[in-house]
Structure formats: structure tokens, C-alpha cells
Design a protein. Structure first.
Length: 304
């Protein structure tokens, strides 16, 4: 089943085209990354998915429920952790989560509330007023609020922005467990190492358009960012290969070069050319591109 179906969504704010025809499908049980620079349209798209704003055209469905035409059913399927720290200062943590449960028609939900608080290390703050919490603790409560009705689809908009390492580890442990249990997770983050570690598939937005959409492994294989590092004991790099150099280094025992490669098939061609030139390789290492290489190249070129 498709968890989220986004079809040709457009949104304009006066002269700004925030989204310019975004289409993508997120399957049930996926851990999906939505990446892009500031102003790319990520938060606008999430706000449309959550039903907070309406698209000018196109449609979004959550488990088959249109977020406009069938808003209540769509919203019950969705839990959203917003980027902003929005909270009611008059309630304790437990009262806040009970109220959130009530919004979804779950008046007797204390067992799950207790489990969520325990997994987010909020138990000892259960009776603390929201306004007395630190920023990191407030962020934990936002996550708990999004999960309080056990939504099958969880959307995390910059969930670890400005929080400590402990919260990141606690959050990802719990979210990973929910994903293993079948929950669909959509993540936006500026911490690209988080996205690379957690997401199996990613979409990259630039200027309101999808410029890359693939599995993480496929993107890394396709990217022009991998390097072959060779240390030559004898000989040197032929002149016709010097355009591949990304970083030369002199050593006591020879020359060391980092050569950019676009495809793994090029490795054998490079080695054959070096053998032909009489170079003797003492050491060799293949260094794979990572998500940061992918992100920077796509944002520079506009598409992959």
C-alpha cells in the first residue's frame, strides 16, 4: 500500500513559487528522506501533507485519504513533529499528551502515553509544567505528541535541530523501532549523516522541484564523487590522466594521488593505464562518495 501519494502539487506565495509540480510516492513501511537547502519547499510540502495549508493545485493522499476532501481520516493516519517549538504553557507533560489523545478520540490512552514517555526519557518530567522544560525536553514532548495516537505515518521535520546527542540517540532508537514495526517515517534534516544512516530512499528538492529521487545506495553509486587513492612506489601518473586528480601528495617513498571516478568500471581502466605506463602501485584505496557529496553536486548541477 502507498502511505503517501503526492501528485503534481503546486504552491505559490505571491511571486514565490514554493512548490512547482512535486510528485512522489512513499510506500508503507519506508524510512524516507526529504532533503534540500533552506527555501527548497520541504516545510511547505509537509504543511500541505499535514493539512495546515492548501496546495494551489495537485493532491496529497495519506493511506488513500485525500488531505483536503477527507481531512479527518487523513489526519488520524498522520503524526507530525513540527520544526517550531509550539506548546501550551499551562499544562504538564502528561496533561499535554492526554489532551492530544483526546483530539484523536482516545480518552483512555495512559498505557501508551507511559510507554512513549519512557522511550523518550520523559517519565521523570511527566508532572512538570511545559514552560519549565528545557528546549530539548520540549522537543521530546513534540515527538511524543505526534506519536500519541499511534499513527501509521510519522513525519519528522528537523526533529533534532539544536538538540543534544542524547536526545538524538534516544529519538532514533525509538523511531527505528516503530519503523521496524511497520510505521512509515518521513524525515527532513540538515544533518545529512542522519539521513544517510536512517533513510533507505530520498528525494531532494531544489527551488520547489524534485531534482533527485532514488535509493540511497543507487544515488551513491551514480554520483561523481568517489575517489581512487593510489600510492605509486615507482613511476608517475601519465599526463593524459592528470585531469582526474583531486588531490596530489608527495611522500618519502613515491607519489600519492586521489583520482575522481564516476563509475566503478573506471577503476580497472585506470589500473590498466598505470600498468601500461610502467607505474608500480604500492597501495590503493577506493573511497566512496557519501550523502554530502551527492547533495552538494545535485544542488550545484540542479539534477542527477
Amino acid at each position: 500500500m502507498t502511505a503517501i501519494e503526492i501528485s503534481n502539487v503546486e504552491k505559490r506565495y505571491k511571486s514565490l513559487q514554493a512548490l512547482g509540480g512535486v510528485s512522489l510516492s512513499i510506500e508503507e513501511g519506508e524510512f524516507f528522506g526529504l532533503l534540500g537547502p533552506n527555501g527548497a519547499g520541504k516545510t511547505t510540502l509537509i504543511s500541505i501533507i499535514a493539512g495546515l495549508i492548501r496546495a494551489d493545485s495537485g493532491s496529497v493522499k495519506i493511506h488513500g485519504h485525500d488531505v483536503v476532501g477527507d481531512f479527518r481520516a487523513a489526519r488520524k493516519k498522520l503524526g507530525v513533529v513540527p520544526q517550531e517549538l509550539v506548546f501550551d504553557p499551562f499544562f504538564t507533560v502528561r496533561e499535554t499528551l492526554r489532551l492530544q489523545s483526546g483530539y484523536f478520540g482516545l480518552p483512555n490512552n495512559d498505557r501508551w502515553i507511559d510507554e512513549v514517555m519512557e522511550n523518550l526519557d520523559l517519565t521523570n518530567k511527566a508532572d512538570t509544567n511545559m514552560r519549565a522544560l528545557s528546549g530539548g525536553m520540549k522537543r521530546r514532548v513534540l515527538v511524543a505528541q505526534a506519536l500519541v495516537h499511534k499513527p501509521p505515518v510519522i513525519v519528522l521535520d528537523e526533529p533534532t535541530a539544536g538538540v543534544d546527542v542524547e536526545l538524538r540517540q534516544t529519538l532514533w532508537k525509538f523511531i527505528s523501532r516503530l519503523n521496524r514495526e511497520g510505521h512509515t517515517v518521513v524525515l527532513t534534516t540538515h544533518y545529512l549523516e542522519e539521513a544517510q544512516a536512517m533513510c533507505k530512499r530520498v528525494a531532494m528538492l531544489k527551488s520547489g522541484k524534485v531534482v533527485a529521487l532514488d535509493t540511497m545506495s543507487a544515488l551513491i553509486r551514480r554520483i561523481s564523487g568517489s575517489q581512487l587513492i593510489v600510492h605509486m612506489k615507482e613511476g608517475d601518473l601519465p599526463d593524459d590522466m592528470r585531469h582526474l586528480i583531486t588531490h596530489p601528495e608527495s611522500t618519502e617513498t613515491g607519489r600519492k594521488y586521489s583520482l575522481r571516478i564516476n563509475d566503478y568500471a573506471e577503476v580497472e581502466q585506470i589500473l590498466a593505464r598505470l600498468r601500461q605506463s610502467g607505474a608500480v602501485i604500492d597501495e590503493m584505496q577506493l573511497q566512496q562518495a557519501d550523502l554530502e557529496d551527492i547533495f552538494l553536486q545535485i544542488m550545484d548541477k540542479g539534477a542527477l
